[in-house]
Write a protein that binds this ligand. Sequence first.
Ligand code: NAP
Ligand code: HSE
Length: 422
Amino acid sequence: MSRVNIGLIGLGTVGGGVVKVLRENSDIFIKKIAVRDINKKRNIENLDPNLLTTNPYEIVEDPDIDIVVEVIGGIEPAFELLKKAIKNKKHIVTANKELLAKKGEELFNLANENNVVILYEAAIAGGIPIITPIKTTLAGNKIDKIAAILNGTTNYILTKMEESNVSYEEVLKEAQQLGYAEADPTGDVEGYDSAYKIATLGTIALNKKIDINKIHREGITKISANDMKFADELGYKIKLIALAELKKDGQVDVRVHPMLVPNTNILSTINDVTNAILLEGHPVGKVMFAGPGAGEMPTASSVVGDIIAIQKEINEENPLPMMKCTHKIKAEQTDIEETENKYYISITAANIPGVIGTIGEICGRHRINLASVLQKGVCKEDFAQIVVITETSKESDIQNAISELKNNNRIVKINNLIRVME
Ligand code: NAP
Ligand code: HSE
């Protein structure tokens, strides 16, 4: 194999892992590492301080560097740095899902014009290989559906809420103390991280460019300990699911939101920080990928795999042709209002005769068929706790029914509305 020089931009969790793993590989040399704070104490033994710089342009403009590895995250300065590196004919390895989701098209076009590749296995599900399998071994398939758990923090929180029957707030606090959740958890718990990941994964799998701005996104902050308990009693687990589906009419339905997943579906068994991707295609059928979606070493595994893939073909006229981005068609994305789902509705109602009839009557007028209605007891204020599961219904009909229920004087509160996986 040819010797290659890499420049590493970022030496945090992922960058530190990359340095440690590359020490086990003698053909790959780290020429320079860009950081924000050169004096920061780092958990890396025998790190040569001469490798460090606070000027990442020393990397992207160095003619001796073949591959730029970007692990700083965010849009700027990562975007400007990668554009400069590509124009200087450097191959790119990145773990930056936000950058790919928001600026991927521009970067991939620029890479194609400059005959370099951008590899990003670590950006989708950390240590789980998914982009390379889709682009190579599964290349003979027409993939029409992906349902995935792409965020470890939220899966950890939901698992602990379910196991201990405690509130979201309590588990979040504990997860922050243990270092599993960030001090500002918004990106994870509000579903942004999963949306970035499914935008790129869906584009690659379904072969149509997905617009991140058109992805319907909901997080897990409204899930209660009661929702967890009721879902469990009904035979479901609640998971934050990222979906991308090619519909029969050619539209692409892409969204991120919590779902009740039946205990018979393998995604219901994915717990703690583990990620999983369930892919459906023809001719392969259903395939499941699962493993560590984040962390120093699993993420470094994917980054280093991408570096080695480039190293092996660095002298080819057209390196890694199967890994290049070839998506020319923009996806026509389904509006959430037009989707059809089963729903879980948790309702607090006045404990009076006929209240379940009122709920059934309002739903019926909006073409919603109820699959089951359970009264989960009466609380001390003499309110009835009612849980409804619907048959498959149109989202706009459900939203209209919820508005009418909220305005009915027999209904105290709509506690939650969660879509149910079939
Ligand atoms: P991190 O621990 O916060 O590290 C970021 C690194 O970038 C730090 O070393 C920081 O320098 C450096 N940096 C930031 N701005 C810089 C600038 N302008 N110039 C030079 N260096 C700069 O982040 P991380 O967790 O490693 O994540 C990096 C990327 O990988 C993100 O895109 C993230 O989404 C993605 N990713 C992370 C994981 C994971 O498990 N952590 C998994 C998959 C993907 P200092 O050290 O001096 O502050
Ligand atoms: N914050 C992400 C998670 C890890 O919790 O899964 C980085 O992709």
